[in-house]
Design a protein around this ligand. Structure first.
Ligand code: AMP
Ligand code: MG
Length: 412
């Protein structure tokens, strides 16, 4: 069933991503789900709508330290009770009386406003207001954050610490999420050595496997490291056959260009199907996308920067789509280019940059030599400058768009 579509035309980056997501949707089965504690749910994707189990806040509360009153013309009150957070008072507030309250105190019965303690003076049992007061002032009403039964997450929502904090406030203990996408990764190349090994002549350390592992850590994925394979079709074949059985995605790096020693393509073509895409992208033009049994296959170019960029642009959104959420396009941020970029029209280039905020403006400085083997110029980058396909050399001062990189190395 070998089938290879060799594209002679270069594919635009956006079209390539669209094609990829369409391919995933075509083959999408139901994703298994599981119920887990919210403490373990950061980064996971909801498989069920989540609704608030309570009104939040659960009662009308004071938002400040002060005196709970009925807002009217009266200015002098007798302090008849005190309500602390967690210790409500049953004493009814009537015209001319007040209950001493604190931030988070349940509003005492009868009161409809809180006068700040600094907006009056206290003398024994008497509080005298020195500022006007309006009904509702300094009161957080029951349900003002959310009402019981209202949706606090739809299906397909990525659970962030911010949303999970809201879940916790609503008393949610567990949540039904999609199971993690199972990703198997391996590197190919006779020249590769593992960390700790003494480098033989002609060898380099394998950085792509490390990079992919670390980059996927923030995704809803569980990564199996299948190691590093030589440029030899039989171990590549054996590993791919086994990997396809128990993974949703297989990501390899190296061995997909047109060099003699590039065996991965042939093996994938023999085992399943492979589309070889020439993406109008720099770095990372060759990208192999295929399928072996039910597993989606990515053959990323071996140069370390190309591996990372193609992961960011294609593999990360694919894992999002497979994990049950809509991949979101990264947000282009306008900035002023500080320094030239040499560019030949043809491919869209992503240039490693350092974005800074200076004199109320965003400025981006390319990090230096952009060769696709140079990780030194990725190490300190916090963004990628988008150089459009048709652009020529960019002069300093050019208005560009950049994509922000998070501390986890993801596109924002
Ligand atoms: P390839 O795509 O296999 O032709 O490799 C392109 C370049 O990337 C070569 O210089 C390789 O030595 C290098 N390379 C391939 N795989 C890795 C890896 N896992 N770590 C670091 N460099 C790699
Ligand atoms: Mg190679």
């Amino acid at each position: 069933m070998a089938k290879s579509i060799v594209m002679s035309e270069m594919l635009n980056v956006d079209l390539a991503l669209g094609k990829l997501i369409a391919l995933i949707r075509e083959n999408a089965g139901d994703i298994d789900r599981e119920r887990i504690p919210i403490g373990d749910a950061s980064g996971r994707i909801t498989a069920e709508t989540v609704s608030a189990g309570i009104d939040l806040p659960p009662f009308d509360a004071s938002s400040m330290d002060g005196y709970a009153v009925i807002a009217d013309e009266i200015e002098t009150y007798r302090v008849t009770a005190e309500a602390r957070a967690g210790h409500p008072s049953n004493t009814r507030v009537v015209p001319g009386t007040t209950t001493r309250v604190f931030t988070g105190s349940q509003m005492p019965p009868g009161a409809n406003a809180v006068v700040l303690q600094e907006d009056g003076t206290r003398d024994g049992d008497t509080f005298t207001r020195t500022a006007p007061v309006e009904s509702g002032e300094n009161v957080r009403y029951r349900g003002n954050d959310v009402n019981k039964g209202e949706s606090i997450a739809t299906i397909g929502t990525r659970l962030t610490p911010l949303r999970l904090a809201w879940f916790a406030a609503c008393g949610i203990e567990t949540v039904v999420v999609h199971k993690k996408v199972r990703v198997g990764i391996f590197s190919t190349g006779d020249e590769l050595a593992d960390a700790g090994a003494q480098l033989a002549p002609g060898q380099i350390y394998d950085s792509n496997r490390f990079a992919l592992n670390a980059l996927m850590a923030h995704q809803a994925a569980v990564v199996t490291d299948l190691g590093r394979l030589p440029d030899d079709p039989s171990p590549i074949r054996a590993t791919l056959e086994q990997a396809a059985r128990d993974h949703d995605v297989i990501v390899t790096s190296g061995g997909v260009s047109v060099g003699d020693a590039d065996y991965v393509r042939g093996v994938v073509e023999a085992l399943g199907r492979l589309d070889f895409w020439r993406v109008a992208l720099k770095p990372g033009k060759p990208l192999a996308v295929g399928r072996i049994e039910d597993a989606l296959f990515f053959g990323l170019p071996g140069n370390p920067v190309s591996t990372i960029v193609t992961y960011l642009l294609f593999v990360a959104p694919a894992i999002d789509a497979l994990s049950g959420t809509e991949p979101t396009a990264p947000i282009p941020v306008p900035a002023n280019l500080d320094g030239p970029i040499a560019h030949k029209p043809g491919r869209r280039e992503y240039v490693r940059g350092q974005l800074t905020h200076r004199n109320s403006a965003l400025t981006v400085t390319p990090t230096g030599d952009q060769s696709s083997n140079r990780l030194s110029t990725f190490a300190g980058a916090n963004c990628l400058v988008i150089v459009p396909e048709q652009a020529g050399d960019l002069e300093p001062g050019t208005a560009v768009d950049v994509l922000l990189l998070t501390d986890q190395g993801a596109l924002l």
